[in-house]
Structures are given as structure tokens and as C-alpha cells.
Design a protein around this ligand. Structure first.
Ligand code: SF4
Length: 314
């Protein structure tokens, strides 16, 4: 995948983040090394399911690349996000990377996590210096967790959720909790009520309620209807939870530009629709269509989700 990214090894983006706006991703984990194998994963099926933290890349190489390219990319960015096509807290260099990045990055540095390693005191302590942490909670019961996230056998969802509550109380930055609902899997009222019980014990800024918007790893991950998302948000609000249903949100930019290489790089990291690409780069949809016409479409996997085509570089 990296050789396609035309110059970067660890950076990707800007990418359209539903949660964070326009985000420069820093990929600190090799593709699909994860503690989970979520059915809705948009970067494919997990190839190595582990909970063992380790060094995957030289952290100074990651920081050197960010230091070199960040000044030229920072205009129009909302956040630098430590993430990857896997679980970033698996990197034992996470804390070092956050701290080094914050020495020269003058916009927020965030971390996306699936919450599983919040049970590890080292992970909690390393995350303390991030400006934004976005943990997920997709289930409250073992059975549902198994169906939606297929966790590593050593993981216990009740312990993870207790750790999330504990972390939320210690952490001083912005904590944005994400729930992702898949139809018929974790969208029943009992499960949502149990998830609500956990969230009401957390200190957080907002809960973002989401569903499947991009081609999932497993076809049984199906989008819930927008009305259902809104109804569920209202239900969570009635429990005193600060929640917003998140559509396929991307900050709208205009007057931008995009080269074929930039479009290519984006599509190696994340499946995007023509609208996504146009909004990320601030160009018209017809510009994107023209660029796609001149690209070799055999290099793309094109998947239709809810009537919209998503392009992902193979
Ligand atoms: S969605 Fe995130 S946590 Fe789930 S399998 Fe994909 S990379 Fe791992």
C-alpha cells in the first residue's frame, strides 16, 4: 500500500473524517493489525488479531516525516490524527509519538482508538497528552460484542467499558465517544440501553452516533436508517446523554485544488465517494469525475453502498 502513496510512508490525507473534519492521518500500525475484527471495518478484515503492544516502525522516522511535510500541509487541516488501518494503541511508541508531534504541531493532535487497550495503565497514561481522544463503544454485552467486533479471545468487554469510564474521568482533553450501529447486530433497545448506562458514567464532550457509511469488511454490516439514528439519538438524549447523530459528515471546502496523485493517495487509505473527494479537496464533483476518467479504473475497487459508488485503490 505504501508504495502507492507517492512519497509518504506514514502520513495520509487529508482524509474526510466524519468525526474530526479534515484530518492528516499518521499511520503508526501496519495494515490490519488489530485487537478486533469489526464487521463494519472500512479498511478490510483483520489479518493479525493481537493484544500485544510492540514497536512496529521506528518512531523517529514517523516524526521526521511529519516534521518534514506538516508545514506544507497544515493550511486547511483541522487535526493531526494518530490512527492507521489497525489499532494505534498497539504501538508501544504511541506516547513518544504524541509527545514529539506536539512539540511542533500547532493544531490538535488526536488519537482514534477502539478502547480495548484502555485496560492497560500505560496506554491510559500515554493518551493523557493527546488533545483529542476518540474511543469507540459498540456493545455492552459479550454476545453483541462478539457479533459486531469479533474481539481477540483475551478481551472482556465489561472490563474494557469499566476502563473507558475510568479513563474518561482522568483525561483532561476532549473525549468524543463514538457508537457505530449495524442493523440487526447492535441496534436493539436492550443493548443501546446498556451502552447508555456506561456512557452516563463517563466524563466526555459528546457522543457521536454513527452507522455504516463506507464499504464494510463483512457484508452483514448493514446501515441503519437515518430515522433510526435520529430516534436513537433522541432516546440517548432522554437519558441525559449529549449526543449527535453523525451523517457522512465532511467539512465543506471550496476553492481548493487536487492533483491525480493527491486523489490517489487518499483512495489508498480510505474508500471515498465522488462527493467525499470533492469535499475533502474543495473541488467540484465534475473535476473529480474528470480525474477518475483519466485514471486506470482497473486499479480501483468500486463498491456501491446505499446507491453511492465508493472508490478504493487495490
Ligand atoms: S474498525 Fe477499527 S477496531 Fe475495528 S477492525 Fe477496523 S481497525 Fe480494528
Amino acid at each position: 500500500m505504501y508504495e502507492k502513496s507517492k512519497g509518504y510512508r506514514y502520513l495520509f490525507g487529508p482524509v474526510p473524517s466524519r468525526r474530526l473534519g479534515r484530518s492528516l492521518g499518521v499511520d503508526i500500525i501496519p495494515h490490519k493489525i488489530c485487537t478486533l475484527n469489526c464487521i463494519y471495518c472500512e479498511v478490510g478484515r483483520t489479518t493479525s488479531c493481537t493484544t500485544e503492544r510492540q514497536r512496529f516502525y521506528d518512531p523517529d522516522e514517523i516524526i521526521a516525516e511529519l516534521r518534514e511535510f506538516y508545514p506544507g500541509l497544515k493550511d486547511g487541516l483541522d487535526i493531526v490524527t494518530i490512527t492507521g488501518a489497525g489499532e494505534p494503541t498497539l504501538s508501544s511508541d504511541l506516547g513518544y509519538i504524541i509527545n514529539e508531534a506536539k512539540k511542533f504541531v500547532d493544531i490538535p493532535v488526536g488519537v482514534l482508538t477502539n478502547s480495548t487497550l484502555l485496560t492497560d495503565p500505560n496506554v491510559r497514561s500515554e493518551l493523557m497528552n493527546a488533545d483529542v481522544v476518540v474511543p469507540s463503544i459498540d456493545a455492552a454485552t459479550k454476545e453483541t460484542y462478539k457479533h459486531v467486533c469479533a474481539p481477540h479471545r483475551s478481551l472482556d468487554i465489561e472490563e474494557i467499558n469499566r476502563a473507558l469510564i475510568g479513563f474518561s474521568k482522568e483525561y483532561k482533553g476532549r473525549l468524543l465517544i463514538e457508537i457505530l450501529l449495524c442493523r440487526g447486530v447492535n441496534d436493539n433497545r436492550d443493548e443501546i440501553e446498556k451502552i447508555a448506562e456506561i456512557i452516563t458514567q463517563c466524563d466526555y464532550e459528546i457522543v457521536q452516533l454513527n452507522t455504516v457509511h463506507r464499504p464494510p469488511a463483512f457484508s452483514r454490516a448493514v446501515t441503519v436508517a437515518p430515522e433510526f439514528l435520529i430516534d436513537t439519538a433522541l432516546y440517548l438524549k432522554s437519558k441525559g446523554i449529549n449526543v449527535e447523530p453523525v451523517g457522512n459528515y465532511i467539512r465543506d471546502f471550496s476553492g481548493g485544488h487536487m492533483t491525480g496523485e493527491e486523489m490517489d493517495r487518499l483512495l489508498t487509505m480510505r474508500p471515498c465517494s465522488i462527493k467525499d473527494i470533492s469535499m475533502v479537496f474543495g473541488v467540484t464533483e465534475s473535476t473529480v469525475q474528470e480525474k477518475l476518467k483519466s485514471a486506470d479504473l482497473s486499479e480501483f475497487e468500486i463498491t456501491n453502498v446505499n446507491g453511492e459508488d465508493f472508490y478504493f485503490r487495490k
